[in-house]
Design a binder for this molecule. Structure first.
Ligand code: GUN
Length: 297
């Protein structure tokens, strides 16, 4: 049986990070300025601590100035919003990211709305989401969907004129990906279908029409071989923990795609881990450098 090409997202992300580091050096030589990003983490969620640490390491490696502000779990929404406003008004800081999830007493929407859109390198602010939908003006696309577009481009996977079915309608991934894939530019121009749980039993019938399937529903192994047209490209955005007694940690990470079965049907597939995941941080660096350029040049 034919085997899919396994897309090495880690390698693509490493290359991209080196390129961004080189571009940051050129920017610094020209302007005397280092791109600067601030990360805010509220409370002590172990997964968030790992993510923020990795973001800091990546920023360091790319030659960016960066700072991680750790706030106590009990920090009030008003205090967090005040801090965001202070950083919004600091001309030396180009990018600002508040790590999610936040403690329950803080409303994430209020926090997103407090970000200056031009520093919102996560691309979560309604101004950024709106401009992405319109496809005009200065905006930041969220990092994970932007990473998917970058993988498709760098792997030379034809997107224009293809039918891309996205499964999952989150504001973080599914919705912005539909917008990005449908944009009228050479890296996109796809016919984008935004599928989700509302499709119910019709979901396999819809995904089987896809030239490109993007799984982003957050359900382990949900895209099974019978849902994939032979030769389709399968991009797996899911990261799910499932119990695994053979692992020291007691769990392992799997995507939203039944990788072992689907790899025999697809023409190319991203693994989990090592597929889309590493691209997210690379795109965060990309957005931060873009933010610095827009605020400086
Ligand atoms: N939590 C999980 N993913 C993300 C992300 O991309 N950005 C932020 N700020 N928090 C997250």
């Amino acid at each position: 049986m034919a085997e899919a090409r396994i897309i090495d997202g880690k390698r693509i992300a490493e290359r991209l990070r080196l390129e961004i580091g080189d571009e940051a050096t050129v920017f610094r030589k020209k302007t005397g300025i280092r791109p600067r990003v601030v990360f805010i983490l509220v409370g002590s969620n172990p997964a968030s601590e790992v993510y923020v640490r990795n973001k800091g390491l990546a920023a360091e490696e790319a030659g960016f100035s960066h700072e991680t502000i750790l706030l106590d779990e009990s920090t009030s929404e008003a205090a967090l919003v005040d801090l965001i406003h202070t950083i919004n008004n600091d001309p030396a800081t180009h990018g600002l990211l508040v790590q999610f999830p936040l403690p329950h007493h803080i409303n994430e929407e209020h926090v997103i709305n407090a970000l200056a859109p031009e520093k919102d390198v996560d691309g979560f602010h309604p101004i950024n989401a709106g401009r992405l939908a319109i496809g005009k003006g200065h905006y930041f696309a969220p990092c994970t969907p932007a990473g998917v577009i970058e993988i498709l481009a760098r792997e030379k996977i034809e997107v224009s004129g293809k039918h891309a079915v996205i499964v999952g309608r989150s504001n973080l991934v599914g919705k912005p990906l539909a917008m990005l894939l449908a944009q009228k530019n050479p890296r996109a121009n796809a016919v984008a279908t935004l599928a989700h749980t509302g499709a119910g039993a019709r979901l396999p019938e819809i995904t089987r029409q896809a030239d490109i399937i993007i799984a982003a529903m957050g359900v382990a192994n949900a895209i099974t071989a019978d849902m994939v047209k032979p030769g389709a490209v399968v991009i797996d955005v899911g990261i799910n923990r499932i119990e695994d007694a053979t692992k020291k940690s007691g769990f392992r990470l799997v995507g939203d795609v039944d990788f072992e079965a689907v790899r025999h049907i697809a023409s190319a597939i991203t693994p989990v881990p090592g597929g889309v995941g590493p691209m997210t941080i690379a795109m965060l660096l990309r957005n931060t450098l873009t933010a610095a350029e827009r605020q400086t040049l």
